[in-house]
Design a binder for this molecule. Structure first.
Ligand SMILES: NC(=O)c1ccc[n+]([C@@H]2O[C@H](COP(=O)([O-])OP(=O)(O)OC[C@H]3O[C@@H](n4cnc5c(N)ncnc54)[C@H](O)[C@@H]3O)[C@@H](O)[C@H]2O)c1
Ligand SMILES: [Zn+2]
Ligand SMILES: [Zn+2]
Length: 364
């Protein structure tokens, strides 16, 4: 039923702003339909930073961590002989939905009105040695995908959702605004589909990485974007039409306004970037160009596709992980995430991209 498990485990609890406390708590027991997994690796994103700073709609204390890989450590006897076995390396969806709200009723649980996300809202997350997870939210890792990279399936699925919402087609010219992890992973998804991608960012290092990852054009964003030259470049690239799909992955209001300005008539604008700020949009461009303006949240039934994409693009995706820390070093990890400093300064290197936390190999 279960491999050798100790009775207690360490969890890292964010108890107040910028304060993580390690605690020893009982290891959960498997229940029917729920496995105990040993967490292997967790990656951090901007949401984790906001929660750690207590600048998010999360009630502290909480155990953070929603992007993770794990190994099945214990199954309930009723689940023995099922599709997943003790020892399997898995990815687990952090999102659970209510099944009753409007979004759930039309099979869009990724936008559930009452969703819970490990380490973000309600449920404790994966910055723990063990976690109890529903088996129907776990997938065995594809062959060749190791646990130290696998947590990236989650941000890949976020990018894939934006690409899917935008109905991207092979050969299409797509502008991605924002070359952070989500924008760069959208680039990887779009390239995989056979699209031609231009990417815009204010940060030249991130643009260099975008070029390495296959962006056909990079646009440096400064006040007054797009400049006359940039507008001409985009027009030349799209036969005077403008990109038929623009994906905003910045969370910057100005980026959404320029997406609406630059998109081709009858084109689509997808908003995956999130911000508390407000944006002014042209009420002329939206109807006159008949733009589809689409929000994108989490991901809808894309777990298998995201794992497959990650498994096929491991080198590109691995280049987004710029720092690794041990479980005991969470304080330094979060400070690095906030500081966005460090790195070697090599050309093309993103100074702080994704930060990975490696859980101990052998639990003591
Ligand atoms: N919708 C969802 O379900 C979901 C899930 C995860 C993250 N997000 C959001 O997606 C966005 C991107 O996430 P990330 O981890 O890549 O964040 P990030 O902050 O690392 O990347 C954002 C990038 O946008 C660039 N940028 C800022 N202003 C810009 C502008 N005006 N024009 C062009 N580029 C600009 C920044 O330099 C940065 O490289 C964030 O807003 C995040 O909150 C949404
Ligand atoms: Zn995240
Ligand atoms: Zn719901």
């Amino acid at each position: 039923m279960s491999s050798e498990m100790k009775p207690t485990m360490r969890v890292a609890r964010t108890v107040a702003a910028e304060t993580i406390e390690y605690a020893e708590v009982p290891v959960p027991s498997p229940t029917p339909g729920n496995a105990v997994v040993r967490v292997r690796c967790v990656t951090l994103c901007g949401t984790d930073l906001h929660i750690w700073e207590d600048d998010y709609a999360t009630e502290l204390p909480i155990v953070q961590g929603h992007e993770f890989s794990a190994t099945i450590a214990g199954l309930h006897p009723e689940d023995d002989g099922g599709p997943l076995a003790v020892g399997d390396d898995v990815a687990v969806s952090p999102v659970s939905s209510c099944g009753r709200c409007y979004a759930c009723s039309i099979d869009r649980p990724n936008a559930c009105a009452q969703m819970s996300v490990y380490g973000c809202y309600d449920d404790d997350g994966a910055l723990a040695e063990y976690l109890l997870v529903p088996l129907d939210r776990a997938r065995r890792l594809p062959a060749g995908l190791s646990t130290d990279l696998a947590p990236l399936w989650e941000p890949v699925s976020i990018a894939l959702q934006a690409v899917t919402r935008g109905r991207a087609l092979p050969g299409e010219r797509v502008l991605v605004s924002g070359a952070g992890p989500i924008g760069l992973l959208a680039l990887v998804c779009l390239k995989d589909l056979g699209c031609d991608v231009a990417i815009a960012d204010t940060d030249s290092e991130r643009l260099e990485l975008a070029a390495v990852l296959g962006a056909a054009r990079t646009l440096s964003v400064a006040a007054g974007f797009p400049s006359v030259d940039q507008r001409r470049l985009l027009a030349e690239w799209t036969d005077g039409e403008g990109p038929s799909l623009v994906i905003d992955a910045t969370g910057a209001p100005a980026s959404l306004a320029s997406a609406v300005d630059l998109v081709a008539p009858a084109g689509r604008v997808v908003v995956v970037g999130i911000s508390e700020r407000e944006v002014a949009l042209s009420m002329r461009a939206l109807p006159v160009k008949e733009i589809d303006l689409l929000g994108s949240r989490n991901s809808r039934h894309l777990m298998d596709q995201a794992l497959d994409l990650l498994a096929r693009h491991q080198d590109e995706c691995r280049s987004l992980i710029t720092h690794r820390f041990a479980f005991e070093e969470l304080d330094a990890a979060f400070r690095t995430l906030r500081g966005r400093t460090g790195g070697t300064g090599e050309p093309g290197e993103m100074r702080v991209g994704k930060i990975a936390i490696d859980l101990p190999e052998v639990l003591s």
